[in-house]
Design a protein around this ligand. Structure first.
Ligand SMILES: NC(=O)c1ccc[n+]([C@@H]2O[C@H](COP(=O)([O-])OP(=O)(O)OC[C@H]3O[C@@H](n4cnc5c(N)ncnc54)[C@H](OP(=O)(O)O)[C@@H]3O)[C@@H](O)[C@H]2O)c1
Length: 256
């Protein structure tokens, strides 16, 4: 159970997976949660679970004009935000190292520019909060070390993480904390199509509980599961072995 309570929270990507589980747990803990996503029917279904606490705010984070309009709708419902959770994300894998510009633009449009669009709306509202503000970004453990086929996804998450690390420095004097969450594998619609092993995978409810514990503690970084995080950090530490011996075994092209 989250110990964040009585806060005004905006979460993107709340229509499924981790974001949906976070929204439900935060609402149950007594927060007012503005829940975003493009799928209005899914948002309506979510909000019906706790209509007192959950408010749908449909938007496409990659649509610059649409996000300005979403900002207007949000400001008509609240004067301030205590927390924004930048969770909306997309994943497309790169096959055979073929670098398709359009694929990279699609992934970055959501995972990086969607975060910029959301923060542009959220920051002035966080600055008006009575309590200390909190920006939470859902990154990925994939940024710890180079992984096969993750050129676009991993790069977008690394860029997002750097953006948030830099903001942490620049917003410290404004009393706004920044948390970067780096999950391993979580069973959600995003990973349902994965045709490779997902070590230490967990369900979205468990992931949300771990994330909310870290958020409540205002941790700078929340990483899980620890066994995967330590394994990847060890790989990064022994990067010669990783890139020469271990990683090539994960690359399906080398198995053909
Ligand atoms: N699952 C994992 O193993 C894993 C691991 C590490 C990190 N993550 C990260 O965790 C976050 C949540 O992913 P998930 O696994 O829960 O996947 P998911 O179930 O597919 O959820 C993705 C969410 O993002 C929203 N979204 C996607 N594009 C959007 C757009 N253009 N505008 C607004 N919302 C958009 C989707 O809503 P609509 O379709 O309604 O727009 C959906 O609610 C992502 O940032 C992902 O990269 C996931």
């Amino acid at each position: 159970m989250a110990s964040v309570s009585g806060a005004n929270i905006w979460i993107t990507g709340a229509s499924s997976g981790i974001g949906r589980a976070l929204a439900l747990q935060l609402a149950e803990a007594g927060n007012t949660v503005f829940a975003s996503g493009r799928n209005e029917a899914a948002l309506a279904g979510l909000c019906a679970q706790n209509p007192q606490r959950l408010v749908a705010l449909a938007c496409d984070v990659s649509d610059d004009n649409g996000m300005e309009e979403a900002g207007r709708r949000l400001r008509s419902m609240t004067d301030s935000l205590d927390m924004v959770i930048l969770n909306a994300g997309t994943c497309e894998y790169v096959d055979n190292a073929e670098l398709d510009n359009a694929l990279f633009r699609r992934v970055f449009a959501v995972n990086l520019f969607g975060v910029v669009n959301t923060l542009t709306v959220a920051k002035p509202l966080l600055q008006k909060a009575q309590r200390r503000g909190h920006i939470v970004g859902i990154g990925s453990l994939s940024t710890v070390v180079g992984l096969p086929r993750a050129e676009a996804y991993g790069a977008s998450k690394a860029a997002m993480q750097y953006l948030l690390d830099s903001l942490r420095v620049d917003l410290a004097h404004e009393k706004i904390d920044v948390t970067v969450v780096r999950p391993g594998f979580v069973e959600t619609p995003m990973t349902a199509a994965n045709d490779f092993p997902m070590p230490f995978a967990m369900d979205a409810e468990r992931a949300a509980t771990i994330i909310l514990r870290g958020i409540a503690g205002r941790q700078r970084v929340v990483e899980f599961p620890l066994r995967l995080s330590w394994s990847l950090k060890l790989a990064a530490l022994c990067s010669g072995l990783w890139y020469r011996v271990a990683a090539p075994r994960l690359n399906r092209a080398n198995k053909l």
